[in-house]
Design a protein around this ligand. Structure first.
Ligand code: PLP
Length: 396
């Protein structure tokens, strides 16, 4: 039997290759950081990690994790509601709620699970979910698992959102869902306008802060801080896998009855293992560090502003944003691929994105800034961009 299926898969895989969509993985042999070593022995400057605050290899987080290994062991061997709840899990949930100014938090193994498990327990076929067209795959999957009626609005388009809110007006409960920062353009969701429209049409709001927590807002509290809306959205989801240390884990934080219901009914919470105590301990340390000092957020904001300003001056087409994602627009898919390959030769690791990840004709290189970068790293990247830009005729 397998022979037929094997031939089928081999054909599909070769089609993926021919379409130029095959994903291969570069092997890193050093810790994650501004400078990384890949398996060929080459050292490159890394501008494609979600390591926004440079915490992936932070000595204080490592020390907290090591200490938790000694005091709490390695694994929990249980879901939370049987015997997988430790004091560190409860502490981290409290700390995350303090961080965002919310009422309570529930942890998951990943934000993919938080989004996968948030809709189905809360809403049914009498209700409506109104979702941005560029929302993350995990939100799309979570919505699919829920019986609520589905409405979609064009990315960050408030006219369209209002149309969808009107279309959904007879539904019992309405929930507008958006990413805080959209990962391909780096644009920040217009949460002030979303909340205003939601209020007008009696809808609730959920924002996924995965790319914005630790990044957006003066103190990195995310888009709710950026728009002065702390405590005004019902549901926030986020990840411990990006700015918050980069290991693993996700969370939903918000109104306490919502969190309480998720603990009763959310399937990825009820039927999947508890995060390791060492990850919870490092998460607690991370929030404590961010309450004591704003150093890392300030450095990230300085780095981002510096990079975007210099790149525009050099002549690149940059989308301005309050996030730490800089989309360098090249438009042509082949050019974006070649450009990224040439940058790697120059020791700059970035990724070119083209269709179907972004719309046809809007290929780009995505640069992700980090507090781990020093000015000399940024200058080296800008010089390499300029050199390759001239070689490829992108810059005159
Ligand atoms: C990365 C990301 C996720 C997934 O987070 P994990 O914790 O890695 O599962 C979910 N939503 C958004 C918007 C993301 O960017």
């Amino acid at each position: 039997m397998y022979a037929d299926f094997q031939r089928f898969l081999q054909k599909e895989i070769s089609d993926i290759r021919e379409a130029g969509l095959y994903k291969s993985e570069r092997v890193i042999v050093s810790p994650q950081g501004a400078e990384i070593e890949v398996s060929s022995g080459k050292k490159v400057l890394n501008f494609c990690a979600n390591n926004y605050l440079g915490l992936s290899n932070n000595p204080q987080l490592i020390a907290a994790a090591k200490q938790a290994l000694d005091t709490h062991g390695y694994g929990m061997s249980s879901v939370r509601f049987i015997c997988g709840t430790g004091d560190l899990h409860k502490d981290l949930e409290r700390k995350i709620a303090e961080f965002f100014g919310t009422e309570d938090t529930i942890l998951y193994a990943a934000c993919f699970d938080a989004n996968g498990g948030v809709f189905e327990p809360l809403l049914n076929d009498q209700d409506a979910i109104i979702s941005d067209s560029l929302n993350h795959a995990s939100i799309i999957d979570g919505v699919r698992l829920c019986k609520a009626q589905r409405f979609r609005y064009e990315n960050a388009n408030m006219e369209d959102l209002e149309k969808q809110l009107v279309a959904a007006k007879d539904c019992r409960f309405k929930l507008v869902v958006t990413d805080g920062v959209f990962s391909m353009d780096g644009n920040v969701a217009p949460l002030d306008k979303i909340v205003a429209l939601a209020n007008k049409y009696n809808a609730m709001v959920m924002v996924d802060e995965s790319h914005s927590a630790g990044v957006v807002g003066n103190t990195g509290r995310g888009v709710t801080e950026h728009y002065n809306l702390k405590g005004q959205v019902e549901i926030i989801t986020g990840t411990l896998g990006k700015a918050f240390g980069g290991a693993i884990g996700g969370f939903t934080t918000g109104k306490k009855e919502i969190i309480e219901m998720l603990r009763q009914k959310s399937r990825p919470y009820l039927f999947s293992n508890s995060i390791p105590p060492l990850v919870a301990a490092a998460g607690i340390k991370m929030v404590e560090m961010m309450s004591e000092t704003n150093e890392l957020q300030d450095k990230l904001h300085r780095n981002t502003a510096y990079f975007m300003e210099k790149m525009s001056k050099v002549g690149f087409d940059i989308k301005p944003t309050a996030s730490a994602i800089c989309a360098v627009m090249l438009y042509d898919a082949k050019l974006a691929q070649d450009f990224a390959a040439k940058l790697l030769e120059e020791g700059i690791y970035v990724i070119g994105f083209s269709f179907p990840v972004v719309p046809k004709g809007l290929a780009r290189i995505r640069v992700q800034l980090s507090a781990a970068h020093e000015i000399e790293h940024l200058d080296k990247a800008i010089a390499a961009f300029e050199k390759v830009g001239k070689e490829t005729g992108v810059l005159k």
